[in-house]
Design a protein around this ligand. Sequence first.
Ligand code: NAD
Length: 435
Amino acid sequence: MRIAVVGTGYVGLVTGTCFADSGNNVVCLDINADKIARLNRGEIPIYEPGLEELVVRSARAGRLTFSTDTAAGIRAAEIVFLAVGTPPAADGSADLTSLWNVVDAIAPHLDPRAVIVTKSTVPVGTCAGIERRLKERTGRDCLVASNPEFLKEGAAIEDFQKPDRVVVGVRTAAVGDVLKSLYQPFLRTEHPFLVMSPESSEMTKYVANALLSTKISFINEVANLCERMEADIDDVRRGIGHDSRIGFAFLFPGVGYGGSCFPKDVQALASMARDKGVPARILTAVHETNLAQKQVLGTKIAAHFGGDLAGRRIAVWGLAFKPRTDDVRDAPALDLLERLLAGGARVTVYDPEAMDNVRAIHGDRIAYAATPMDALDGAECLAIMTEWGDFRRPDFDEMARRMQSRTIFDGRNLYSRAEMRARGFSYTSIGRAPV
Ligand SMILES: NC(=O)c1ccc[n+]([C@@H]2O[C@H](COP(=O)([O-])OP(=O)(O)OC[C@H]3O[C@@H](n4cnc5c(N)ncnc54)[C@H](O)[C@@H]3O)[C@@H](O)[C@H]2O)c1
């Protein structure tokens, strides 16, 4: 099939690349000329395991191209995926400015038989809005479908090629069939292809992210309580997880969720509820709990230094909002850095992939170490913000030698309290008594 993907960010690039890899002809479009130029030179603008190899292979085979020329890219396309960003507006609702710009830009160039598919996460009713807008612009009924994306950054290729499920929202069975044949190569393991209305499909994406966020805020809230009750959240997790109705997934306490999706999607769903006059008490609490959780480790560090961070030498391991990505959008580490810098601390950071993205925000207000151990030289404490594999089994003896004080604030509960005690570290984590 001939496919155009409009918006070549995380989702657009992965979508376009995976469809090209399965034999389609794909053009990835973007208004960011620098990004397109880099892609045309074979440079991948994001860190995502496995992506580069697939991009290079499909580009060499001539099945994957990159362009800023939307009109030319759209004209030949049988399927047009919309994958632009839908960031939060000031009131928490989804800002659809980019999406409407794209709809207006593509309208004059669409083949009348083309199917337009929203991959962006968009509020319920957006598909219907696109149908209306395209009718106004083109004078005819256009085929518009919803196909939310469930990939996880850090495992995006795997998720796209072996999805738990594919959800499509369509008005006619024929459009469902077109999308099913496109996805067929990824459904060989009998994972379901679920067809529903565009409204249910749009809602499905928000409900999935809201429920995952709810699990995180829930476990964080009870973790904070465990600390005060002399209970250990790790034991409690084991105690509940074996119940098949509860399970273990997504119930890890930490420093709050970040990234470009959960925070904005929880707020956008709450905003839809507000618009309809439906109470969204849980969603509001999930969001507020998360904002508070992002401050928890900073509060513990500040208390350790008697409330005065001025001149304190603090090392931070992990900047990305989760491992295996360089994405720092809404990352808890950014909240911690703001707080440490506002208090006058001297901060040295290390992250295997995300340092350039943080350098773009903080420049030389902080120092960037070449290795995790280099970040520790002379540090009075270490804060761990991302659970990268690199941090799970460090050389604790070398850490002790390099640090001014053996003090760790672990926002990801990576280490055993007993081992930390035995090694003479002062060790503070989440939902467990400090050592
Ligand atoms: N990142 C994720 O893990 C993820 C997962 C599932 C769903 N989503 C959803 O997918 C959508 C895209 O997210 P993302 O993380 O890929 O965003 P992104 O910011 O990485 O990429 C968006 C791209 O769209 C481009 N763009 C903006 N306006 C344009 C226009 N008029 N014409 C062409 N290109 C334009 C931007 O330059 C950018 O490259 C969002 O709605 C997001 O909620 C994201």
